[in-house]
Design a protein around this ligand. Sequence first.
Ligand code: ARG
Length: 460
Amino acid sequence: STQKLWGGRFTETVAKYVDEFGASIGFDQLLAAEDITGSLAHVKMLKKTGILPAEDVDQIVAGLETLEKRLQAGQLEFSTVNEDIHMNIEALLTAEIGPVAGKLHTARSRNDQVATDFHLYLKHQLPKILARLQALEEVLVEKAAANVTTVMPGYTHLQHAQPISYAHYLLAYYQMFRRDIERFKFNIQHTDISPLGAAALAGTTFPIDREYSAQLLGFSQVYHNSLDAVSDRDFVLEFLSNAAILMMHLSRFCEELVSWSSYEFNYISLSDQFSTGSSIMPQKKNPDMAELIRGKAGRVYGNLMGLLTVMKAIPLAYNKDLQEDKEGAFDTVTTVLTSLHVFTGMLATLTVNKAQMAHATTNDFSNATELADYLANKGMPFREAHAIVGKLVLEGIQKHRPLQDIPLSEFQEISPLIEADVYHDLDAKVAVERRHSLGGTGFDQIRQELKRAQAQLAKD
Ligand code: ARG
């Protein structure tokens, strides 16, 4: 490992295992396309400003474009001798066009170069994630539209609480993913800033035009402090935080898919296409994909914690610690994209066991609030009504008799306020339908929310 691009002031060479330890080419070759794009913009800026003669720039541009084509054809070979993607590309360019390649690095450093590459990379990935989220939202809305009147138990503490519509449940997730979309969109703003031209840390004496290179790269802004430009990884941390929150949402949903597809719940059934069998138990159909997405949430949290910890004590400006910023982010992009893809397919193909959901609301006393509300509506203080209904529930549990099976005569002994219309209110479907309050589970409320969601999706 002689012939380092930076070898001038060195008399001893670095041992191979040390070189390998310091090298990032193993993973940052993922930035090859961005690195070439960044170099093209930089060198075109050097031409426009007259910093480099046009003939030199034209040769460099032609060389970079050749490398670009070879990259696309899978023909570029990288080596740890050249440490990272930036020096690998420069070495390949030198092999292609000779010593004039050495002029490319005028008024630039790997520090602003790597930051530029990473901004470009994330700027390209965020729209892919947004597109997958949009596809998921569309499936959620479709499924909700088909299930407005599908009644099921709503839970608190995993105990039957009050009946709700399955569509209302689905639209709760619609709202969560909606906020995820907003967060990733905001993330684009902090990613869409050009660090190029910050050079090593302090700017440069060359008369560069940072706005021009930013414009060529499609960045809408430039960093206004060179120290910040080369050491800021907030945009990556924001991405990882947003990804962690998104994975948390997917994981909660998956937790419910896993339990709801169990024999005990039997509310839903996952398609065979998204399930796996057992190598020993012939009857098994396992919700592996839902479990795996739930597990991958942990992996993404780990990537967030990893980078937060790397960043917490790095003095300004660039330090080699920053090379640890990439793998977790790359891994998170892949994890989020694949998890969203699989999850959306799983959701689109699952079947809903409406009869079982409805059945679960019939003997579970989840209409107890209805009876208390009924009495309160007739003028009884709610606290008193609560106590009376509580006693009826206790008795009902002992006698295995749900509230709607109590004869009117017995009801009237308890309170003369109760009349025959009570049975209407005790019906689970009616209990859902009547929850007209804004954001409630009432069928009309859900229909309004569906319209709002459909309009939002059409706008995005
Ligand atoms: N491979 C390095 C990274 O990923 C590029 C920047 C290196 N700069 C330096 N002065 N060592 O961060």
